[in-house]
Design a binder for this molecule. Structure first.
Ligand code: MG
Ligand code: MG
Length: 267
């Protein structure tokens, strides 16, 4: 059942989303060759707790850490560990926070030092597909419209859209209805309504869409071991239109990126 949020609840969700956004900004400062994902995980946990929130993933379905850290060919759900990041890696960082009973949940794929041009392009196209999907999240449209927009754009570039993992409704639970696949057909699926809040999160592979689950029960890798990218935003429908609750602003401030990509989704 889809849980519609009041404007007051949406404001609380914005607070949770912004805690995650700021945490990712803090992580952005530290991502460089030599740092381990476990070090980054500690920084993120402290940062979340300092803001009066608790890590959203820690203990959720028994996940043992604050951040999901998925380098290179790992799609999502990787564990932080003691392996140092290396020049040319990409690292997908997914972060959740819980405050006032509501979850924030968003993700960004970072470059470590200088990465290959074709990898940069994968990140750029995946991020662009996120905004194309968000644009379709409006009253009158359906789940399939978002998935179609993401799939159509990324497959045109020859990329693979992961099927087994999807975006989701967000609220008092990390994963609520509806499921939000990154593939689909226009005009199909559940209809969007005022007050819905979802996490839209394309997981896009440079090569095949096929994935493998590792024996650790969590980590997911691309079947061809080519890189995979993951970007995620939290979005509400307000006045019929998509409004972003999360932001990449704090990341961009650190990385010196100037962007107006979020402007159309702000009140
Ligand atoms: Mg996430
Ligand atoms: Mg999510």
């Amino acid at each position: 059942m889809i849980k519609i949020k009041t404007l007051e609840e949406i404001e609380l969700m914005r607070e949770s989303a912004l805690i995650v956004s700021k945490t990712l900004g803090t992580i952005a400062k530290e991502i460089k060759p030599g740092v381990t994902t476990l070090q980054l995980d500690k920084i993120a946990e402290e940062h979340i707790r300092d803001q009066g929130a608790v890590p959203g993933f820690l203990g959720l379905y028994d996940f043992p850490n604050t951040l999901c850290m998925s380098p290179n060919e790992q799609v999502v759900h990787g564990f932080p560990n003691n392996d140092p990041l290396q020049e040319g890696d990409i690292i997908s960082v997914d972060c959740g926070a819980l405050k006032n009973g509501f979850y924030g949940d968003h993700a960004y794929t970072f470059e470590v030092g200088e990465v290959a041009e074709e990898t940069k392009k994968l990140l750029q196209i995946t991020k662009e597909s996120l905004y194309l999907g968000i644009r379709e999240f409006r009253v009158g449209n359906r789940v399939g419209d978002v998935g179609f927009a993401i799939q159509n754009y990324t497959e045109k570039h020859g990329y693979g859209v992961v099927r087994e993992l999807v975006g989701h409704g967000l609220g008092r639970k990390m994963h609520e209805d509806p499921e939000m696949p990154n593939y689909g057909r226009r005009g199909r699926g559940k209809k969007f309504k005022e007050g819905m809040v979802v996490a839209i999160e394309p997981m896009i592979n440079m090569g095949t869409h096929k994935i493998n689950h590792l024996k650790d029960g969590w980590t997911i890798k691309t079947a061809d071991l080519k890189p995979s990218a993951h970007f995620e935003h939290d979005v509400a429908i307000v006045n019929g239109k998509p409004e972003l609750l999360s932001t990449f602003k704090y990341i961009y401030d650190v990385l010196g990126i100037v962007s107006n990509e979020e402007d159309e989704f702000r009140m």
